[in-house]
Design a protein around this ligand. Structure first.
Ligand SMILES: Cc1ncc(C[n+]2csc(CCOP(=O)(O)OP(=O)(O)O)c2C)c(N)n1
Ligand SMILES: [Mg+2]
Length: 339
């Protein structure tokens, strides 16, 4: 069933609008997180903060391949997906600050961004926990007879969790419309893929469940789009899940407190040579889809969006202490909530 890999065949296969979206959305993710990293250093943002820098194509390429009714779920490296889906960057930044105007009213922070309107189901801190949930979301779509699907992201470390395998098995057995994505960035915290298992070709794990499984160049947004579009077709045709291993890389440490002793500078530089944003920019310019001026306009617009997001977060109020007890239980009068 499984093929070795998929790559984009033609660089001008997609419309100017698609390339423009890819460039602008990935640039927003990048600039937003560069700023978040600085703000973390200034202690404006506290707690955990995991940056997605380098992995942007994995989110952006999938967004263009799906519809606004499809559902999204991921782990704690979760700022980029909602930004790409159109969540207000101000609300994401305010969440990082812990402010009341944040996407989760300041209660979730960096690892727990949610946006129901954009069908972004979080933001989950327990490694692998989002995978059975993603299966459940996909199952609900099937049960309700929609043509929607759920795309469920996990890291290379998460695939070693037992619940992930239970989810793969059930998804295939019930032909659930779900796209499982392993974002293989080479490391789970400081542990490399090769130090955690004999199975380094992670997409092959799906073969044990007879699931169509593919390795994809996760630094290339066109390849990501193409692989997700194919998987979506299968899901909507009632054929069930697909496992995609996006081979990608994070330029920054695991979180903000990572001395990165487990890898070399050269390795990081090697991946930067294949930067997803630079690749799209080169395609746009080489094929005359946009001028340098138009690119600069986008750069300016993104810069302003990030500045506005920070201003919004700075000026937003802190949550009220009493709000800690709200939105905890679905049942308003749950009897064990202390006031
Ligand atoms: C069940 C569980 N075990 C351990 C941790 C601690 N932990 C947080 S992130 C992480 C590494 C996960 O790596 P990976 O799945 O590759 O995702 P990446 O950070 O590379 O995106 C670990 C072990 C956790 N959050 N949850
Ligand atoms: Mg990883």
């Amino acid at each position: 069933m499984a093929k070795k890999s998929t790559t984009a065949k033609s660089k001008t296969k997609y419309s100017k609008e698609t390339y423009a979206y890819w460039y602008e959305s990935m640039l927003l993710m990048r600039r937003f997180e560069e700023k978040a990293g600085q703000l973390y250093g200034q202690q404006k943002i506290r707690g955990f903060c995991h940056l997605y820098i380098g992995q942007e194509a994995c989110a952006s390429g999938a967004i263009t391949a799906l519809t606004p009714d499809d559902k999204w779920i991921t782990a704690y490296r979760d700022h980029a997906h909602p930004l790409g889906l159109g969540t207000d960057p101000g609300a994401v930044m305010a969440e990082l600050y812990g402010k009341a105007t944040g996407t989760t009213k300041g209660k979730g922070g960096s690892m727990h961004i949610f946006d129901k309107e954009k069908n972004f189901m979080g933001g989950h801190g327990i490694v692998g926990a989002q995978v059975p949930m993603g299966l459940g979301i996909g199952f609900a779509e099937k049960y309700q007879g929609t043509k929607n699907l759920c795309i469920c992201y996990m890291g290379d470390g998460a695939v070693r969790q037992g619940a992930v395998h239970e989810a793969f098995n059930l998804a295939m057995l019930y032909k659930v419309p779900v796209i499982f994505v392993i974002e293989n960035n080479g490391y789970a915290m400081g542990t490399s893929v090769k130090r955690s298992s004999n199975v380094e070709e992670l997409y092959t794990i799906g073969e044990a469940y007879d699931m169509p499984s593919f390795a994809v160049d996760g630094m290339n947004v066109e390849a990501v789009h193409e692989a997700v579009a194919e998987a979506a077709e299968r899901a909507r045709a009632g054929e069930g899940p697909t496992l995609l291993e996006f081979r990608t890389y994070r330029y920054k440490g695991h979180s903000m407190s990572d001395p990165q002793k487990y890898r070399t500078r050269e390795e990081v530089e090697e991946y930067k040579q294949r930067d997803p944003i630079e690749q799209v920019k080169a395609t746009i310019l080489e094929n005359g889809l946009m001028t340098e001026e138009e690119i600069k306009e986008i750069d300016k617009r993104v810069k302003k969006q990030v500045e506005d997001a920070v201003k919004f977060a700075e000026e937003s109020p802190w949550p009220d202490g009493q709000d800690a007890f709200k939105d905890v239980y679905q049942q308003e009068d749950y009897p064990f909530v202390m006031e």
